[in-house]
Design a protein around this ligand. Structure first.
Ligand SMILES: *Cc1c(COP(=O)(O)O)cnc(C)c1O
Length: 347
């Protein structure tokens, strides 16, 4: 059987998502889920949607959902496309833009899925290191023949973000689409959606997994020029979003009050955790996301193991040419108090 497999698939290591422990009792700060529940309006919209209508296929074009997203961002619904999580959106974009042997770029250290997606296409990677202060020089990213650029902004694992002006400078320098992956845009001071008007190559992706507490639902979307959306719709699965996820996402978008209140709580806890880790001697960049990135203190691996032993799960990240670091999702205040207590006890 393996002899029939494409060699580049056989060579692929495969993306490894963060651990989802099956046993209970963990304080889970490793995959950037939101520590707060989804909006009560989401729960009641889902309850109303469960019934006879589930016999029918969902709306393949997610019309009502797109209208809600368009209203929120002040764009037209034909600039929105929904996906089964933003990972599905990233897959659709890669399939649409990157062919065999063609080049796509992404910065490092960043979201590791971009590499996997390019390799599935048998494309070639142009990997651009961030500078020490987490910036990118557009001239280092741009090159002839480039077909797609991915930019997680805010970035993971650093939590840092390029300003809207810096994203615009990058878009202007590129001969291809720039995918601004705003999975953490809900927690950031700025976002790139206004750039879609002036830069036809800017495509912004969003998810419900982090800012809307709906990682279990699998829903994301992109904002791009209508002529791009029209082409991408041909690449996606007809029914890539199920009826329940669309109902949940629509209700979540329409409850911005709740969204903003939960964001403010996460952002307040983020400041507190950043200050505490810095006091313990770690180097922690100012985060624009719902996690922080700690390096430069006591070695990360034993710390990770000690925390795990005490049932606290953070993310140990190893990137080539860098010392390992710890990426810590922002939990509730009680969870972060407990993290700091255990960390200080076992240090
Ligand atoms: C979490 C994350 C995603 C994936 O979001 P889903 O909508 O859950 O698929 C995409 N990009 C980045 C940078 C992420 O951290």
């Amino acid at each position: 059987m393996n002899a029939s497999l494409q060699p580049h698939i056989l060579d692929l290591a495969g993306y490894v998502p963060g651990e989802q422990p099956q046993g209970g009792g963990f304080i889970k700060l490793n995959t950037n889920e939101n520590p707060y529940p989804p909006s009560p309006r989401v729960i009641s919209a889902l309850a109303d949607a469960i019934g006879d209508r589930l016999r029918l296929y969902p709306d393949p074009l997610a019309t009502e959902f797109r209208r809600a997203a368009a209203d929120l961002h002040g764009v037209s619904p034909d600039m929105i496309m929904a996906g089964n999580g933003s990972d599905d959106i990233l897959t659709i974009l890669t399939r649409a833009f990157v062919g065999v042997g063609e080049i796509a770029a992404y910065p490092t250290p960043s979201y590791l899925l971009y590499s996997t997606l390019i390799r599935i296409q048998d494309g070639r990677e142009h990997v651009v290191p961030f500078s020490a202060d987490w910036k990118l020089r557009p001239a280092d990213v741009a090159r002839a023949g480039l077909k797609l650029v991915y930019l997680a902004n805010p970035n993971s694992p650093s939590g840092t973000a390029l300003s809207r002006g810096e994203v615009a400078d990058l878009a202007a320098a590129l001969p291809c689409p720039l995918v601004v992956d705003e999975a953490y845009g809900d927690f950031a001071d700025e976002h790139a959606i206004p750039l879609v008007r002036d830069f036809p190559n800017v495509i912004v992706t969003r998810t419900f997994s982090k800012g809307y507490s709906l990682a279990g639902i699998r829903l994301g979307y992109l904002i791009a020029r209508p002529e791009i959306v029209e082409q991408l719709v041909k690449v996606k699965d007809s029914y890539n979003c199920d009826a329940l996820s669309l109902v949940a996402g629509t209700a979540a978008l329409r409850d911005q009050d709740y969204h903003d209140r939960m964001r403010d709580r996460v952002v307040a806890t983020r400041s507190r955790l950043t200050a505490a880790l810095r006091k313990m001697g770690y180097s922690v960049p100012d985060s624009q996301a719902n996690f922080v990135w700690a390096t430069g203190g006591p070695p990360a691996e034993p710390t990770f193991a000690r925390l795990k032993e005490r049932k606290i799960l953070v993310r140990l990240m190893k990137y080539e040419g860098m010392e390992p670091g710890l990426r810590i999702s922002i939990g509730t205040d009680a969870e972060i108090d407990r993290l700091l207590e255990v960390w200080n006890e076992t240090a």
